[in-house]
Design a protein around this ligand. Structure first.
Ligand code: URA
Length: 256
């Protein structure tokens, strides 16, 4: 296959590695024989309506950036010795979160798996490798985002976290969001999204719309582990992530 040089070629390579080959290598319609007369640029589509739903009232925002970073460190220290639920009895390591504490983009997963429990870091197993590629596909490095889970200790056998476990851990997640103040949050999978948003909606009804937590836009997409099982969901995930990337760019433009 011919190699395209430059940023477009790099982006295509990223997408191929992510598994989006089927999307981008399909032949397009034949090109017209003669050049068509120039047409005016189509008007950009109107912005997507934002469905704002508040899962819980936001905690008061800490004042300065230093205060917020200190509160994140304090929370991490508290999590290390937390015994608020049964998961503390079977955990090996607490998996508080990792990444840039000033990140514009935050991912929220479900809970640590075996490898995460061993290393004390989120998304470092096979699902984590795919999450890293998803992050790279929107032009970011893993260390430029923040990654956390709704529960900080591994549920035995990778079962879903129970509601009382998620509730016991909620103050850590809320504290992380309040300290980091991300411009966009991505909830990975049904369990993470339902817990973060405080809803029973099925994944199909959570995808495709914007929610709000602590006044911050939340997008729901498939969990990377689900993408490993069902590669056909990579395409809708890519579509979700393009909207996330656009939303981040809006935030960046507003900040200029
Ligand atoms: N799955 C999750 O939801 N979180 C992790 O940290 C790893 C796998």
């Amino acid at each position: 296959m011919a190699r395209i040089d430059g940023p477009l070629g790099d982006a295509l390579t990223d997408l191929l590695e992510l598994g989006f080959a089927d999307l981008y290598l399909q032949p397009g319609p034949p090109l017209p024989a003669a050049a068509a007369p120039p047409r005016p640029e189509p008007a950009p589509p109107p912005p997507e309506p934002v469905a704002v739903e508040q899962a819980a009232p936001p905690p008061p925002a800490p004042a300065s950036s230093e205060t917020r970073l200190a509160s994140l460190d304090q929370l991490a220290a508290e999590a290390q010795v937390c015994e608020s639920c049964r998961l503390c009895r079977t955990r090996n390591k607490v998996v508080f979160g990792s990444g840039d504490p000033r990140a514009a983009l935050m991912f929220v997963g479900e809970g640590p798996g075996a490898e995460e429990d061993r290393q004390g870091l989120p998304f470092v197993g096979p699902a984590g490798e795919l999450l890293t590629k998803i992050i790279q596909a929107i032009g970011l490095d893993r260390n430029q985002v923040y990654i956390a889970n709704v529960v900080k200790c591994r549920p035995p056998g990778n079962r879903d976290p129970r509601p009382d476990e998620a509730a016991a851990c909620r103050r850590f997640l809320d504290g992380q969001i309040a300290a980091i103040q991300p411009k966009v949050i991505v909830a990975l999978g049904r369990v993470a999204a339902q817990t973060l948003l405080g809803t029973d909606l099925p994944l199909g009804q959570m995808r495709g719309r914007w929610f709000s937590v602590q006044g911050r836009p939340v997008r729901v997409t498939y969990h990377p582990a689900a993408l490993l099982r069902t590669p056909a969901w990579k395409r809708p995930t890519w579509e979700d992530m393009q909207l996330v990337r656009d939303r981040l760019a809006e935030g960046a433009r507003e900040a200029v």
